[in-house]
Design a protein around this ligand. Structure first.
Ligand code: 9UX
Length: 69
């Protein structure tokens, strides 16, 4: 497992946090996603053999938010 932190733009309430958490944890290879509103970021624990960081960024963007490594 690997852990990375991705900066997320556009989250304005707890519902956004839930949405982002859900899309990330729905991905195969993601073990845990801890999304934080105050720091506008997500700490993601994932298996790099199953999912790449680009796919994590894409999932966040597809949910309507900005994501950068
Ligand atoms: Mo809160 Mo986020 O009502 O899209 S869920 S702003």
């Amino acid at each position: 497992m690997e852990t990375i932190n991705i900066k997320i733009g556009g989250m304005t309430c707890g519902g956004c946090v839930k949405s982002v958490t859900k899309v990330l944890e729905a991905l195969d290879g993601v073990a845990k996603a801890e999304v934080d509103l105050a720091s506008a970021s997500a700490q993601i624990t994932f298996d790099p053999a199953e999912v790449q960081t680009a796919a994590l960024v894409e999932a966040i963007e597809d949910a309507g938010f900005d994501a950068s490594l």
